[in-house]
Design a protein around this ligand. Structure first.
Ligand code: R5P
Length: 300
């Protein structure tokens, strides 16, 4: 048995498809545990697998982080208490990364505080396309070893197989890192729009003037689809310029509130996401990528 296959995998919130493909690619053994709420709302954690002397991996996408963080830290501490030698967190979606500066007086730079909590309870971290904008790397805020994997090849290969004459479009300057890579691998032109955000659900988009002609199929690519307002605004602008209905692709589809309805109102043709966060639009399996990222981090 290889060193990696001896790891115990705990996936308290799935998603089931991701947990299966990730566990298979890692060659991990399923950890047996229960995590439930007492009537008073406290968490009850019980690990049935013998984890003394074992490496343990918790797979937990951190959408809805506020309800997950307490049980997650309690599970990690329980594993440590029971003798696990290494506890890795694989968080395909890593939350709190967008609050990376004090935008207004008195605000907390919560990306730092969240990173500090996780760094105190885990030994290593793997994530996919975290929202690194003002923090240059995860090392700027996480004190544990980390690996970042990139979904661009998954997105690009899907585009190459499914879209004729694609034009890749990123909604804002932050997205250039993803659209450049996706465009290069898919062999497609790309462009980056300019976004102004005035509120949680209030964004406006300015498309570049020199876009390729409207015979292309627009494929909008972003790291996070939250309220859907960003991609909907881009889709509307493209429609006004005579382009066919856009395909929207996001690494992390959070679909907050009426996001899906908003995208439908904007006339998008299709929405495609990875299975980092469970949703009906999941068409891209991130399990093997995440397992590959973790391999270099686990101690032998
Ligand atoms: C922001 O900086 C991200 O890259 C996304 O563009 C943003 O999170 C999308 O949010 P929403 O779907 O709420 O417009």
């Amino acid at each position: 048995m290889s060193a990696i296959s001896a790891s115990l995998l705990f996936a308290p919130w799935g998603p089931d498809g991701l947990a299966r493909s990730f566990g298979a690619a890692l060659g991990a053994e399923q950890g047996v545990f229960t995590l439930r709420e007492f009537p008073d709302g406290e968490s009850h954690v019980q690990v049935q697998s013998a984890c003394a002397g074992r490496r343990c991996v918790i797979l937990a996408s951190l959408d809805h982080p506020n309800s997950k963080i307490v049980p997650l830290l309690l599970l990690a501490d329980t594993l440590r208490d029971l003798g696990a030698t290494h506890i890795a967190l694989v968080a395909p979606y890593l939350s709190y990364m967008r609050q990376d500066k004090r935008f207004h007086d008195g605000e907390g730079v919560t990306s730092r505080y969240f990173a500090s909590w996780l760094s105190r309870h885990f030994d290593s971290l793997v994530t996919m396309d975290p929202h690194l904008h003002r923090h240059p790397t995860l090392d700027a805020i996480y004190s544990i070893p980390s690996r970042v994997v990139h979904a661009a090849p998954l997105l690009a290969d899907w585009i190459a197989a499914n879209v004729s004459r694609p034009l890749i479009i990123g909604p804002d300057s932050e997205s250039e890192q993803w659209v450049r890579e996706v465009g290069a691998r898919a062999g497609a032109p790309y462009a980056v729009a300019a976004k102004t955000r005035r509120g949680d659900r209030d964004v406006s988009i300015e498309l570049p003037a020199n876009l390729p002609d409207a015979s292309h199929t627009p494929v909008l690519v972003d790291d996070i689809l939250s309220t859907g307002r960003t991609l909907a605004a881009v889709a509307r602008q493209l429609h006004d310029r005579g382009y066919p209905p856009a395909i929207c692709m996001a690494v992390h589809g959070l679909f907050c509130g009426d996001a899906e309805a908003e995208l439908q109102r904007a006339g998008v043709a299709q929405i495609i996401t990875t299975n980092a966060v469970a949703h009906a639009t999941n068409a891209l399996d991130a399990g093997p990528l995440l397992a590959q990222g973790l391999r270099g981090l686990l101690p032998v």
